[in-house]
Write a protein that binds this ligand. Structure first.
Ligand code: HGY
Ligand code: MN
Ligand code: MN
Length: 404
């Protein structure tokens, strides 16, 4: 599994690092690797209409409703090699083990490598899982990437037909649940000496794209009191976001991307674009912070005589993991002789979209110092082994229940 994560990490647009975005050449190469591994494991495998990689392992009788497994195959920029990929290779490994033993279950298994969970290329997230859940919003097809290429055009260039995305949607009656193995991306399991944990919920998140429009000017001639400096205004906004979010435990606010135009040492910035990501395990606290931060940015812009455009690019409430799935994942952990630790996920996952289709469950695997979204992301072979054994035990003992 670790070798397969390393092989996927080679499919990258970033020399010496890992960046693999939606509908890229690198993603096409990674998809080919995963299709091959799925087929080797005894699955039928194909790309669905939005470019997810979907492998299917039939139950005792073909066409049975399926337990969906998997994670995402796209990455952030300069990423670690386990965020997403570990969940896909672990699920494939479980099916390979069942097939090697000729084991067929009362249900089918589908392993999905989602095409766009991180939302890096088109600043919209969960696109692959939304297509599977049947909640994909077609207007997002008009978003453009940094080169001005629309998602629609990028899909066509990848041999995908944007008009057929709806075909990726699964019917509720064909799905029993969605369960995802993922690295914790946080320090809790390591701090408590545990290799795995059960996720209780995925924190809610709101994302914005902000554009501040001031007046570009000569850095040497415009007096300070006459400037409409877009970057100074943006900087005041960034600090306001940090201060507001620091006030409330477990509320987090991040400005991850900021672009200054025209970007010359001797030009007062006329335009700045930046992103905002605000999250909390409690939706009312997140929504209150969002309202206040937007109002504060508008006050700052007015005082500084610059224009500000606030566009919401993503909003998802807390996605609760179904208690019956938490229970069954916990039982699989306990059966391995490991203490059962339940914990929330500060990171977002495809389960936030899949919850519109079926109940969701997640199994966390410890990662070194909780580091993620960073090339230093690391896990041990032992923990990968423990994670996949727990996942296999969960699958073999899986008892479908009515949706909560
Ligand atoms: O942003 C997140 O939490 C996830 O990695 N997409
Ligand atoms: Mn991630
Ligand atoms: Mn992830």
């Amino acid at each position: 599994m670790l070798e397969r994560c390393a092989a996927l990490a080679c499919q990258s647009e970033l020399a010496g690092g890992l960046t693999r975005v939606f509908l890229s050449r690198e993603q096409a190469a990674a998809n080919e690797l995963v299709l091959g591994w799925m087929r080797e494991a005894g699955m039928s495998a194909k790309l669905d209409a939005i470019g997810n990689v979907v492998g299917r392992y039939e139950g005792e009788r073909p066409g049975r409703p399926a337990l969906l497994l998997g994670s995402h195959l796209d990455t952030v920029r300069d990423a670690g090699k386990y965020d997403g990929m570990l969940g896909v290779v672990s699920a494939i490994e479980c099916v390979a083990d069942l097939a090697a033993r000729g084991r067929r279950l009362s249900f089918a298994i589908e392993v999905i490598g989602f095409a766009d969970e991180e939302g890096v290329r088109f600043s919209s997230t969960l696109l692959g899982s939304r297509a599977v859940a049947g909640t994909f919003k077609c207007e997002v097809l008009d978003s453009v990437d940094a080169d001005g290429v629309s998602m629609r055009a990028a899909m066509r260039a990848s041999g995908l037909d944007p008009e057929r995305i709806a075909q990726a949607a699964h019917r509720r009656e064909d799905v029993l649940a969605y369960a995802e193995l993922h690295i914790e991306q946080g320090p809790v399991l390591e701090a408590e000496g545990l290799p795995v944990g059960v996720v209780t919920a995925i924190n809610g998140a709101t994302r914005f794209a902000i554009e501040v429009e001031g007046i570009a000017g000569h850095a040497g001639t415009v007096p300070m009191n006459l400037r409409r400096d877009a970057l100074a205004a943006a900087a005041e906004c960034v600090l306001a976001i940090e201060q507001r979010c620091a006030k409330v435990p477990e509320l987090v606010g991040t400005v991850g991307k900021l672009e200054t135009l025209p970007g010359a040492v001797n030009v007062i910035p006329g335009r700045v674009r930046f992103t905002i990501d605000i999250r909390s395990p409690r939706d009312p606290e997140r929504l209150a912070a969002v309202t206040e931060v937007v109002a504060q940015m508008e006050t700052i812009a007015k005082r500084r005589g610059v224009a500000i455009k606030v566009s919401k690019t993503h909003e998802g409430n807390v996605a609760k993991c179904a208690p019956w799935l938490q229970e069954q994942i916990g039982a699989a952990i306990a059966a391995e002789g490991i203490a059962v630790r339940k914990l929330p996920s500060g990171a977002g996952h495809d389960g936030m979209a899949m919850i519109d289709l079926c109940d969701i469950g997640m199994l966390f695997v410890r990662c070194k110092r909780g580091i993620s979204h960073n090339p230093a992301e690391a896990i041990t072979a032992e923990d990968a082994q423990t994670g996949v054994r727990v996942l296999l035990r969960f699958i073999e003992n899986f008892r479908p229940q009515a949706r909560v």
